[in-house]
Design a binder for this molecule. Structure first.
Ligand code: GLV
Ligand code: MN
Ligand code: MN
Length: 468
C-alpha cells in the first residue's frame, strides 16, 4: 500500500508540475469523489506530453514554403530585405497566421510584431518566444522562419492539448535580425532591449541607396508619426522568460544524430566598416611605383584579418570579409576608394576585442605603407556574449527528456535576437539539426521531423514556464 501511495504521489507530482497542466476535459464524477476523499488522483490523467502533442507538420511545411515565395531572388534562394515590398507582404502573411491561431496581434514603431495568448493570471509577466523572417541575399528558407512559424505552431499544439496558460504566451517576430539593409544586426531586438544610442543613430542612418531608415520604415507603414523610438524599448522584466527556436546553422547535431540542442551561451559578435582612399588613375599609364591603390590596401587588410584571427590560437575565433567594394569598379582604373565590412566573433569577448585592436593597427600600418588614407575605421557593433538562464536550460532539458528526445548542451556561434532579449529577460534557445550545417545559402534545409521535434520541445518548455 505504501509503495502504491508513494507511486501515485510521485505521479501526481510529475503531473502537477509538468503535465496535468494540460487539463483533461471531463472527469468521471465517481473518480472525482474518490480523488477528493483520498487526496490524490486515482487514475492516471489521460494526458501525456509525448503522446498527445501533435504538430501539424504538413501545414507548417506549407507555410514555410509559402513564406519563401516572398523573395526578391528566384527559388530555391530567398532574399527578403527589411521594409521591402516582399518584407511587407511576408509580415502580412505572419500577422494573418497569428490571428488565425487566436493570438491578438500588435506591432511597435519599427515593426516588431507580437502575437499574444492571454494567461489565466493577467497580472503575471508573459513568457515569450520568437525569431525573425528577414533573409540575407541568396539565403535559405529556414533561418529565423522556423522560430516564428514554429512558435505559432507550438501555440497551436498547446491549444490542441487543452493547455490553459497561467502566464500569457507571446510570439514575437523581430524586425531585421539581419544587418543587410542598414548595417545593423538584430535591429528590432536591440531596440526592444532599450538602446538610446541606436535610436538616435537611426535618425541619421541611410541604406546603400541613400534612403533614410525613417523613410524606409514609413514606406512599410511604421514610425508614421514619430522619430522617437523610445516607445519600442521594453522595461527589464517585461517577460519572465524568452525562448528562441532556431536551426543550428552548424553540423554538430546532424553529425552526432542528436535531435535537440539546448543552448547555454551565444558567442560575441562584432562588425567593422573600413574605407581607404587613394589617387586612382589609369591602369596602363600610372607605373607601379607611383600608385596609391586603395584596392590593394583592402586586399592586404583582408589577409591581415585572416592572420590575426588564426593567430588567436583558438578555433572559436572567426573573421569574415563579406563585403569588399572598389571604386570606380572598372577593369582599367586603379581603385581610388575601397570599402570593406568585417565580421569577427568569438566565445571569448576579450580575445575577440584583441583581434579587433590588431585589425585596427593593421589598417593604420597598411594605409601608411601604401600611402593611402584610412578615411574610416568604424566599429559598428562590439557586443558581449550572452548566457542562457539556468532555469530555462533546465526546463528545455526536462522537456526534451519528457518527449524522449536526446539533447546536447551547446553554444550558438551565430548571433540571434536572443542575444539582446537576454538583456531584458531570462533567455534560452533550442536548436534543431540542419542539412550539413548549411545556412545563409539556398541549400539550407531541415526535415519536417526535426522541425516538429523542435516545436514540441518549445511547446512543452513554454507550458512549463507559463506555469512557473
Ligand atoms: C545571424 O544571421 C548571424 O550572422 O549570426
Ligand atoms: Mn541569419
Ligand atoms: Mn537567424
Amino acid at each position: 500500500m505504501s509503495f502504491r501511495f508513494s507511486h501515485v504521489l510521485h505521479l501526481f507530482f510529475i503531473l502537477s508540475f509538468s503535465f496535468s497542466i494540460l487539463a483533461h476535459n471531463e472527469q468521471d464524477p465517481t473518480t472525482k469523489i474518490m480523488e477528493d476523499f483520498s487526496g490524490y488522483p486515482i487514475h492516471e490523467p489521460q494526458f501525456s506530453a509525448s503522446t498527445s502533442f501533435s504538430v501539424d507538420t504538413e501545414n507548417l511545411q506549407l507555410q514555410i514554403d509559402e513564406l519563401s515565395r516572398y523573395s526578391d531572388t528566384p527559388a530555391p534562394s530567398v532574399t527578403r530585405i527589411l521594409y521591402s515590398e516582399k518584407d511587407v507582404l511576408a509580415r502580412r502573411f505572419i500577422k494573418n497566421i497569428m490571428a488565425s491561431s487566436g493570438l491578438s496581434v500588435r506591432e511597435d514603431a519599427v515593426g516588431n510584431i507580437f502575437g499574444r495568448w492571454d494567461g489565466r493570471e493577467p497580472e503575471l509577466t508573459a513568457v515569450a518566444t520568437g525569431s525573425h523572417i528577414d533573409a540575407i541575399p541568396y539565403s535559405g528558407k529556414y533561418d529565423g522562419v522556423v522560430g516564428v512559424l514554429g512558435a505559432i505552431e507550438a501555440i497551436n499544439v498547446l491549444r490542441r492539448s487543452d493547455f490553459k496558460p497561467k502566464r500569457a504566451l507571446e510570439v514575437i517576430m523581430f524586425t531585421s535580425e539581419e544587418p543587410t539593409r542598414f548595417g545593423i544586426s538584430c535591429l528590432g531586438s536591440r531596440l526592444l532591449a532599450g538602446n538610446d544610442a541606436l535610436a538616435n543613430a537611426l535618425k541619421g542612418t541611410v541604406d546603400g541607396q541613400s534612403i533614410s531608415f525613417f523613410d524606409a520604415a514609413r514606406s512599410a507603414g511604421y514610425a508614421t508619426d514619430q522619430d522617437d523610438l523610445s516607445s519600442v524599448f521594453l522595461k527589464k522584466g517585461s517577460y519572465s522568460a524568452f525562448i528562441e527556436l532556431h536551426i543550428e546553422q552548424g553540423p554538430l547535431l546532424e553529425d552526432e544524430g542528436i535531435p535537440i540542442g539546448v543552448i547555454t551561451a551565444i558567442a560575441a559578435p562584432a562588425s567593422i566598416k573600413v574605407d581607404f582612399e587613394g589617387n586612382g588613375g589609369h591602369a596602363g599609364a600610372v607605373l607601379m611605383p607611383y600608385r596609391n591603390d586603395a584596392g590593394l590596401a583592402a586586399a592586404e587588410l583582408a589577409l591581415a584579418v585572416e592572420k590575426h584571427v588564426l593567430e588567436s590560437g583558438s578555433i572559436d575565433t572567426v573573421g569574415t570579409i563579406g563585403i569588399l567594394e572598389l571604386h570606380p569598379g572598372a577593369i582599367n582604373s586603379i581603385p581610388s576608394k575601397s570599402h570593406l565590412e568585417i565580421d569577427t566573433r568569438d566565445i571569448d569577448e576579450k580575445r575577440r576585442n584583441s583581434v579587433i585592436e590588431k585589425i585596427h593597427q593593421s589598417a593604420i600600418t597598411i594605409a601608411k605603407n601604401r600611402n593611402v588614407t584610412l578615411s574610416e575605421f568604424k566599429i559598428v557593433n562590439q557586443d558581449p556574449p550572452a548566457l542562457s538562464d539556468a532555469s530555462i536550460v533546465k526546463a528545455m532539458e526536462a522537456a526534451s527528456k519528457e518527449l524522449n528526445l536526446n539533447h546536447k548542451l551547446m553554444i550558438s556561434r551565430a548571433y540571434h535576437d536572443s542575444l539582446f532579449m537576454a538583456r531584458v529577460s531570462p533567455m534560452g534557445m533550442i536548436f534543431i539539426p540542419c542539412y550539413k550545417g548549411y545556412s545563409h545559402k539556398p541549400e539550407e534545409f531541415s526535415t519536417t521531423g526535426d522541425i516538429a521535434n523542435g516545436v514540441k520541445v518549445l511547446a512543452l518548455t513554454l507550458a512549463k514556464l507559463s506555469l512557473a
